[in-house]
Design a protein around this ligand. Structure first.
Ligand SMILES: [Zn+2]
Length: 375
């Protein structure tokens, strides 16, 4: 099951070769998976080179999934297949500052509406994944002292959603989910990728060996609160002084723009000005990119990733240029020789793809499928 899910289309002969199991064992397991709809067999019975060309594939229509990405300005709820392809999505006007009760209630309403409009019966939904802009404890699945999520610390998000929707729930950090989505969809051959999200805050998702690295307490990659020398006068949302997010986030750029007479309230205002080609927004975003690049140089030296992907509302040519300006001179040549630094091509959808991948890994693991088959 995991072999077919992760490697893509395989013939029965290839499964035999790779697993080294007996023909009878493989055939019994494949038949059980086919009968229960976990995998499908595609292609023709036409024999090429002495072998039938029918291939076994993970059935991405086995169930539907719901993915909800909670952000600082809005929330997106999507209905996807098991590959993270979006069938329908809705942007709802609740954000992390609205607190968990109101936000989760709106997500539940939106999910029910999407299922009804798309005609998906409740029994056909394999789970819901939700991403939040803060650290998530890997053991409890609860937000772990999130700096910019008032009211969410240790909130039982999974229990709340499970009670309402009666389906499995997965909670993830937004940059972690986006990093996995970028790796799976845009860089499937990459073994190590860092996704730097620059929006109202700044965070990093790390994918090593094809899996999200979360750290002991879910705090890996939380670079937004690294202290930047010489900026002790800048107060961060977390209450400390001189954090990277206080100096270089979308919120910080918005404040700088306001100071020079171009009112901007938030990262999304700056994003709109960047999209409209505002030269001051571009200049200040590039300057922010230079500060971010200094911190990313440490990340790159530590992890030696193959890809650094920049995403979030500030992701733009000026941000990319700024990051490159400081990242390369401050990193060892060995760490950057094969490094690609690029803008996200998936945008907001990266986290949705990543949430679907995380749900599939858990709900369609060998042990989960074995348990379901023996019931
Ligand atoms: Zn901070």
């Amino acid at each position: 099951m995991e072999l077919i899910r992760d490697r893509g289309a395989l013939t029965r002969a290839e499964v035999l070769d790779i697993t080294g199991l007996s023909r009878m064992t493989v055939s019994g397991r494949i038949d059980a998976l086919l009968e229960s709809g976990y995998i499908v067999e595609k292609g023709t019975d036409r024999v090429t080179g002495g072998r039938p060309s029918r291939r076994l594939q993970f059935n991405t229509a086995h169930a539907a999934l719901i993915a909800a990405t909670v952000d600082t300005t809005h929330t997106t709820v999507a209905l996807t297949d098991l590959a993270g392809n979006i069938a329908a999505e809705e942007r709802i006007q609740v954000a992390v500052a609205d607190g968990p009760d109101r936000t989760l209630h709106a997500i539940i309403d939106s999910a029910r509406g999407l299922l009804e409009r798309e005609g998906v019966p409740a029994g056909q939904v394999g789970g819901i994944g939700i991403s939040v802009p803060g650290p998530v404890d890997p053991d409890t699945g609860r937000p772990s002292q999130p700096p910019i999520m008032p009211g969410w610390d240790a909130y039982p998000i999974a229990e709340h959603l499970r009670d309402a929707l009666q389906i499995p729930v997965l909670v993830a950090n937004d940059a972690d989910a986006a990093a996995l989505g970028e790796q799976r969809r845009a860089h499937p051959d990459s073994r190590s990728l860092c996704f730097i999200k620059v929006s109202s805050g700044i965070g990093t998702g790390i994918v090593l060996g094809g899996e999200v690295y979360r750290g002991a307490d879910g705090g890996a990659g939380d670079i937004g609160h690294v202290k930047i020398a010489g900026h002790d006068d800048m107060v961060c949302q977390c209450g400390a002084h001189g954090c990277l997010a206080a100096v270089a986030s979308g919120r910080a750029i918005a404040r700088s723009l306001t100071d020079i007479g171009k009112p901007a309230n938030s990262g999304s205002d700056v994003g709109a000005m960047l999209a409209a080609g505002d030269p001051d927004a571009a200049r200040l975003t590039q300057a922010a990119g230079r500060v971010i690049g200094e911190v990313v140089a440490t990340v790159v030296s530590l992890l030696n990733p193959a890809e650094v992907v920049l995403g979030g509302m500030m992701a733009s040519a000026p941000l990319l240029a700024g990051v490159r300006e400081t990242l390369y001179p401050r990193s060892l040549p060995r760490a950057t020789r094969h490094l690609t630094v690029a803008l996200s091509t998936l945008g907001e959808r990266a986290a949705i793809v990543g949430l679907a991948a995380l749900l599939v890994e858990r709900e369609y693991s060998a042990s989960a499928v074995n348990a379901a088959l023996s019931r």
